[in-house]
Design a binder for this molecule. Structure first.
Ligand code: RI2
Length: 307
């Protein structure tokens, strides 16, 4: 349980972050917990797995990759403790392998849509979006990137470091400069924390303003998302909860001390409606947002949603 708590704390404090990495870390935590779990009966085993699963899922509310990973990794059908344990270890490992392969596939598929000379704008720090960009560059395409700072946690700084490591020419801008620079952009590529059954995207706060500006300027807006970022529970009517984080990420508490009439809001994500999305690059191919329901139902297995 100690290791599970450690992983949960790292996810909560965002030491482990990015929807894909959170998912992999949770699958690893479940696997290792199951491997060492001492249970006198199947009931005890099931109750402990259930408790740890709920605990991990409760760390951050928005990225659907987290409950999807936990549910896929912790599946078992056997009524025998040793067999169920082995099933969880196998399922968790399978999930982790598939997650790694998914990033490669997204990179390969998405990079075919990138052309020589493209200027790509990206937001926050998405490993899936970066996979497309770096794969295209490594294939010899002459591209450059405009990366947003992504206030308040400034994950854009991770993005510019990553791109610099690949020798990709990169410009860092503040979030409010997105529309100003859109005229120079050919394609916008962002990641996803969740995609709803209606094709709406949930991603880092500010994503929807990139989408609006791209739409206005007739620039292509691509989303890079593994299939485990699609939300089964939206099919059965559950809304995706937007995480609101502490105000001290935005402004130091001392600044607010003598401002009793001021409150700070700090939503971590926003919604981008499907109509602003040209394509979603997934590990099973490029799809229009209208196909989100099909991905959930036919590929992901929508029974993992809570009905
Ligand atoms: P990958 C991140 O959320 C960003 O919103 C990013 O676009 C998304 O996860 C997907 O990231 P946060 O954990 O899985 O920084 O593509 O709040 O890396």
């Amino acid at each position: 349980m100690e290791k599970v708590q450690e992983t949960a704390e790292k996810i909560r404090t965002m030491e482990i972050r990015g929807a894909g990495r959170i998912a992999k870390a949770a699958a690893e935590a479940i696997r290792d917990y199951a491997a060492g779990l001492e249970a006198a009966s199947m009931e005890e085993f099931a109750a402990s797995i259930q408790e740890v699963s709920s605990f991990l899922i409760s760390t951050r509310p928005t990225a659907v990759s987290l409950p999807n990973a936990v549910k896929l990794a912790s599946r078992y059908s056997s009524g025998n403790v040793e067999e169920a344990r082995q099933e969880i270890i196998t399922n968790a490992n399978l999930f982790i392998e598939r997650a790694d392969r998914a990033l490669e596939k997204i990179g390969k598929i998405g990079s075919r849509r990138i052309q020589d000379g493209d200027v790509i704008m990206t937001h926050c720090n998405s490993h899936a979006a970066l996979s497309i960009i770096t794969t295209a560059f490594e294939a010899g395409k002459d591209i450059s990137v405009i990366a947003t700072e992504s206030r308040p946690r400034r994950q854009g700084l991770l993005t510019i470091r990553h791109l610099n490591g690949f020798n990709i020419p990169t410009t860092l801008i503040v979030d409010s400069a997105v529309r100003y620079y859109m005229k120079d952009v050919d394609k916008v590529i962002v990641g996803a924390d969740a995609i709803a059954a209606n094709g709406a995207l949930v991603n880092k706060i500010g994503t929807s303003q990139l989408a609006l500006a791209a739409h206005e300027a007739r620039k292509s807006f691509m989303v890079a998302a593994e299939t485990f970022k699609f939300s089964p529970s939206t099919i059965v009517g559950n809304p995706i909860e937007i995480e609101e984080r502490a105000s001290d990420e935005v402004v130091a508490p001392s600044v607010l001390a003598d401002l009793p009439h001021v409150q700070v809001r700090n939503p971590a994500f926003d919604f981008t409606p499907a109509e602003y999305i040209d394509m979603i690059v997934t590990d099973i191919g490029i799809i229009p947002p209208a196909m989100a329901y099909t991905v959930i139902k036919e590929h992901l297995g929508w029974e993992i949603g809570e009905i």
